[in-house]
Design a protein around this ligand. Structure first.
Ligand code: PMV
Length: 316
């Protein structure tokens, strides 16, 4: 069997993180400047069923049998076997690499799962549909994030801008006029599970207050969709900054993220917010082609460990 390789992009949540866990809409878009790659090679010298796994970025070199059954790679490989109703795999080698920073709101977990699912099913000659890839990545996230909304696996498996409401079929967003986003990495890694759990504790203690915050975030996401589809992306700036303030009330910002958001605004961004689970990880800023480099440089000077400039809607 020839080797098979597959890629999956990173993602950012433009609007609606956290509230999306509670049924409010959110908007996410793929970020193709960073990606996970999985390659599956035949291992003619290996015994049937032996799956060797190499992930040099995290120093992992092992076999599937030696991984705990809830390890993300084991869950992804077994998810493919279950979906394709395969009992025995041929001997193979799975190599996984990724340029998506881990635990930083850019969807690295879902992207790795999606790339593994695609590469393995492609290698076996039974490539999975986007929907199946998304379902496998969701099940992996469930083990590791506790209560994922499903937005990460959806935007990454379909690699399209999505308007997502938990439990409903997602809707593709048509970007009428491309717009530019600068992403700044605070360098603080932050597990999604913890931020999601702390929002849950707040909500359980005072559901009325936090339902109102979630409603406000949902309203921002709905309005943002209209501006994106009507070709008025500059209107998204104030909505992003408003979304950031609402995330602050959920206590998921951090001094580093707040400082990067302020830096971006001072450098001329039209709006800025944290993205993903928060407490660390990345923030994003809406810029114009003219201000992009200035904002990116200001973020790096203010402590961002790196920045990515991406144009949303340029391929749709
Ligand atoms: O930090 P990330 O990229 O895993 O994003 C989490 C988004 C949340 O809304 C906080 C959680 C979820 O499951 O939607």
């Amino acid at each position: 069997m020839p080797a098979a390789a597959a890629y999956a992009p990173g993602k950012i949540i433009l609007f609606g993180e956290h509230a999306v866990v509670y049924g409010r809409p959110a908007i996410a878009v793929p970020v193709t400047q960073v990606r996970a790659k999985a390659t599956v090679f035949a291992d003619p010298s290996g015994p049937e069923g032996r799956v060797q796994i190499e992930a040099p970025d995290i120093g992992l070199h092992t076999s599937l049998d030696e991984l705990p059954s809830d390890h993300p790679f084991a869950l992804a490989v077994n998810g493919v076997k279950d979906t394709l109703q395969i009992i025995h795999l041929p001997a193979l080698r799975l190599r996984v690499t990724s340029t998506i920073p881990i635990a930083s709101g850019l969807g690295s977990g879902a992207a790795v799962s999606a790339a593994v699912a695609r590469a393995l099913s492609g290698f076996l000659g039974m490539p999975l549909a986007d929907e199946q890839v998304s379902a496998i990545a969701y099940r992996v996230d469930q083990k590791h994030h506790g209560n994922p909304s499903g937005i990460d696996n959806t935007v990454i498996a379909y690699a399209q801008p999505v308007f997502f409401v938990r439990g409903q079929p997602f809707e593709r967003i048509l970007v009428h006029q491309p717009f530019t986003i600068v992403i700044g990495n605070s360098g603080v890694s932050s597990p999604t599970r913890e931020a999601v759990a702390s929002v849950r504790a707040l909500w359980q203690a005072d559901p009325e207050t936090y339902e109102r915050v979630f409603d406000s975030i949902g309203a921002v996401a709905r309005l943002a969709r209209q501006y994106i589809e009507q070709g008025q992306p500059e209107q998204l700036g104030p909505l992003m900054t408003e979304n950031h303030a609402l995330l602050q009330t959920l206590t998921v910002s951090s001094p580093e993220l707040d400082s990067l958001v302020e830096t971006a605004l001072r450098a001329g961004a039209l709006g800025a917010k944290l993205c993903g689970a928060g407490r660390g990880g990345n923030m994003l800023a809406l810029v114009t082609p003219d201000t992009a480099e200035r904002v990116a440089a200001a973020l790096r000077a203010a402590g961002a460990v790196n920045s990515i400039t991406t144009v949303i809607g340029s391929r749709t």
